[in-house]
Design a binder for this molecule. Structure first.
Ligand code: DAH
Length: 341
């Protein structure tokens, strides 16, 4: 009677194992037949009730059945494993999956590009303090205290931060503050490229309270306006492309004489005139021949040396190159914008 039960149970288990097509079901079958409260254990509990001479035989039969079921389970498991491996076949020569890759900040990229262009002309990168004294940013650049020209630079002054010799502490509003520092550090010939953060109290589509400028300063014997114009033209073609033209327009700055504003032909109409640029030109920044007084303040004899300088916005040239209309986009970190570059 019990023998038949054991045989039936074995057949039932094997039948179920052969029918399944999912590896995880194997554990359910194991629990059902071999588990602590599984069917085989239930039969084991019957052994003490049997006649003593039968007990050993039945015990052996149960152990054997257990082994047979375990074997079948193992074989099924092995079969599933092999099938799965076939699906996961790895072709080491197939091209890999590229993880998403970011890029440097647009402003960092522009700084590197601008540096490379001027380094090609022999300019050397400098960096001077962002927290600066009035002397370097204004007074030493021919803008005495209360001079109205200062109004252009909506400057942040630092409270209770003053130097007897150099005046008030400020956040530098332009990179021109690097000019005197460069002259104090090096003797001519000088070819400085000062790229740094500047701060002004303004914020709108084309102004941010923190932005970057790049400032060029060249001082040597016999430097004249044609050197300035040639440098501007070279930069324009290298940075914006060979079809773009530049021009200089008379202007006024306290620290240059004569002074100019520099324009580049508009990206959209290429100089013909459109709604964005109005007359075909877009302004990129100031420039001029270094004022003799500034040379003198830097300890350089204006009778022996002359120089030119320019100071332009990094974000500004970057926006003009790509046609970006709002400077704030550059600092917001919105991936929908950044991923276009
Ligand atoms: N510092 C000026 C500004 O922030 C730009 C400038 C004008 C720089 C003339 C120069 C220069 O070096 O020669 O608007």
């Amino acid at each position: 009677m019990i023998k038949a039960q054991i045989t039936n149970l074995k057949n039932e288990a094997i039948g179920e194992i052969l029918e399944i097509n999912e590896e995880k079901t194997l554990e359910e079958i194991r629990a059902k037949f071999l588990g602590r409260s599984g069917k085989l254990n239930q039969l084991t509990k019957e052994i003490p009730k049997l006649a003593p001479e039968e007990r050993k035989n039945i015990g052996n039969l149960i152990s054997e059945t257990k082994r047979t079921i375990e074997d079948a389970l193992w074989q099924a498991k092995d079969k599933f494993r092999k099938e799965k491996n076939k699906e996961e076949w790895l072709d080491v020569t197939a091209p890999g999956i590229k993880p998403p890759e970011g890029h440097l900040h647009l402003v960092t990229e522009a700084i590197r590009e601008i540096s490379a262009i001027f380094e090609g002309l022999g300019f050397q990168r400098s960096r001077y303090p962002e927290v600066e004294w009035d002397w370097y940013a204004f007074e030493g650049l021919n803008m005495a205290e209360n001079h109205p020209a200062r109004d252009v630079w909506e400057t942040f002054f630092i409270e209770d931060f003053e130097n007897e010799k150099y005046g008030k502490g400020i956040l530098t509003p332009h990179t021109s503050s690097g000019q005197l520092r460069e002259m104090e550090k090096y003797r001519p010939p000088i070819r400085m490229l000062n790229i740094a953060k500047c701060y002004r109290r303004q914020s709108d589509m084309s102004h941010a309270p923190m932005f970057y400028q790049f400032e060029g300063l060249v001082i040597d014997k016999n430097i004249n306006i044609s050197h300035l114009k040639g440098t501007i033209d070279y930069f324009t073609k290298q940075y914006f492309g060979p079809d773009r033209k530049s021009r200089i327009r008379p202007y006024h700055f306290q620290f240059t004489e004569p002074s100019f504003e520099v324009d580049v032909t508009c990206l959209i109409c290429q100089g013909k005139g459109c709604r964005t640029c109005k007359q075909g030109w877009m302004e990129i920044g100031g420039s001029g021949m270094v004022h003799p007084l500034v040379l003198k303040n830097g300890g350089i004899d204006p009778n022996l040396y002359s120089g030119f300088a320019f100071g332009w916005g990094v974000e500004r040239v970057l926006m003009m190159k790509y046609g970006i209309e709002d400077i704030r986009l550059l600092f917001e970190g919105d991936l929908r914008f950044l991923k276009q570059f």
